[in-house]
Design a protein around this ligand. Structure first.
Ligand code: CA
Length: 234
């Protein structure tokens, strides 16, 4: 079965070059040159993967992604401008699977496409009826099958990446995890961005948990990393 890729890119030269290379690799390619038609096409569910530029006329790539994620988990790789760190963080936060900085080497893009497709296939395979796995730490609970978290029964609204980070810490209760380990487990071994993204997300989680419920859940171990411990294990 031919893999269908949706390419949302307004720069004609980049779009054309990328399309030719992808076709050469055996992919089927459809193109959109603005955010609105890109979103419409992505929502049709006819494609296996989306390459999504951020700076687009109509709707920005981030807005397209935000809306798409309400209904679809199709793999999305963002195409970003050099040094746009905030775009990368926002993109990943909104559920992008990966990003690549322009101008990119086609080999790198092809490798990232393969990784994203493999992950998505694995996710589909394991997405059958799964037994719920409940993780707990003090009053904090997580249901890994339902993707929900709560503190003393009050739901905590987490993004996909925040959930993964919290789950990784909960699964390794009382074990200090280094930033590199967290980066690898939560963002993937092929993540090429800044390592301080871990600190940024710990900050987000503390805002949503510690600050709201008044308990220090995630502890910093200076010079090492982060750990979650049962409250009475002081
Ligand atoms: Ca653009």
């Amino acid at each position: 079965m031919t893999v269908k890729i949706l390419l949302v890119e307004d720069e004609e030269k980049i779009a054309r070059f990328t399309e030719l290379e992808l076709i050469h690799e055996g992919y089927e390619v459809a193109k959109a040159a603005d955010g609105r038609s890109g979103l419409e096409m992505a929502e049709s569910g006819s494609y296996d993967l989306c390459l999504l530029d951020i700076m687009l006329p109509g709707l920005s790539g981030l807005e397209v992604l935000r809306r798409l994620r309400k209904t679809s988990q199709m793999p999305v790789i963002m195409l970003t401008a050099r040094d746009a760190v905030m775009d990368k963080v926002s993109g990943l936060d909104m559920g992008a699977d990966d990003y690549i900085t322009k101008p990119f080497a086609i080999e790198e893009l092809l490798a990232r496409i393969r990784v994203a497709l493999k992950k998505s296939a694995a996710a589909k395979e394991s997405s059958g009826p799964q037994p719920s796995k409940i993780l707990t730490c003090g009053k904090l609970t997580m249901d890994t099958a339902r993707y929900t978290a709560a503190y003393d029964g009050t739901a905590i609204d987490l993004t996909k990446r925040e959930f993964l980070l919290l789950r990784t810490l909960m699964e390794n209760k009382s074990i200090v995890l280094s930033r590199d380990t967290l980066l690898e487990r939560v963002w993937g071994y092929d993540y090429m961005g800044e390592t301080n993204v871990v600190d940024v997300y710990v900050y987000y989680l503390r805002n949503k948990i510690d600050d709201v419920f008044g308990e220090k859940i995630i502890r910093t171990v200076r010079g090492v990393g982060y750990v979650i411990k049962e409250p009475d294990h002081e």
